[in-house]
Design a protein around this ligand. Sequence first.
Ligand SMILES: Cc1cc2nc3c(=O)[nH]c(=O)nc-3n(C[C@H](O)[C@H](O)[C@H](O)COP(=O)(O)O)c2cc1C
Length: 231
Amino acid sequence: MPQGFHDDLFTGLATTRSIRRYHDESIPPADLSAILWAASRAPSGSNRQPFRFLVLTDGPRAVDAKALLGASFRAGWMHKRAQDGFDSGSGTRAESPKARQARAMQEYVDGFEKIPVVVLVCLERYRAENPYEGASVYPACQNLLLAARALGYGGVLTMWHLSVEHDLRRLLSIPDHVALSACITLGRPIGSHGPVRRRPLDDLVFDDAWNRRAEWIDEDAARARVRSSEG
Ligand SMILES: Cc1cc2nc3c(=O)[nH]c(=O)nc-3n(C[C@H](O)[C@H](O)[C@H](O)COP(=O)(O)O)c2cc1C
């Protein structure tokens, strides 16, 4: 391995997949602090660090916010379930991957209020809204998820907070110049972390010009490096 190679880092990013099933136990403040510290190490344009993390655990407003979010998540999933045809085709066979995914999603949204930690990741704007501003907040989201993974927690970045954004702003006193960029749920996972599944690199990487195959890509060798560090 090259000098300075961090196999744990590589393994962590290869196995940080969305976790939607959690034990009820809370996340101790020391762990939560470490996760948020890691999130705040993320890069941002000109190092302005516009990311803010509004953490909802079990305070009185958090309970109300989780109730609002729970309803919104259930509506969001219901819409997606219909839109993406989760109950047709292979979805009608109880043991198909599609049906299992639908059950997992349903369980996730039905139990939303019991999720130990919900983080509203916000962007405090310092200039007019623009299409690239998310680039200064989403790296922090991924850092947060990776740090959670490192400490044995799991989570998922979601957007199903948007339909109750107005009410959340009022309840949590979020000013108008602050965008609600993501809603991340976190907890101790039920089940394992497993590898993420992604399209082959050949579909995703081009060399020298758009759509030009990168002949030097060796996906098997790349994967094997991660595997050997998992071993
Ligand atoms: C921008 C973005 C929006 C997402 N929105 C949702 C969401 O609203 N609800 C949800 O359950 N998952 C959401 N996800 C999680 C994705 O569904 C998940 O990352 C993707 O299916 C890949 O699965 P994996 O993370 O387990 O590898 C979102 C992820 C991203 C990056």
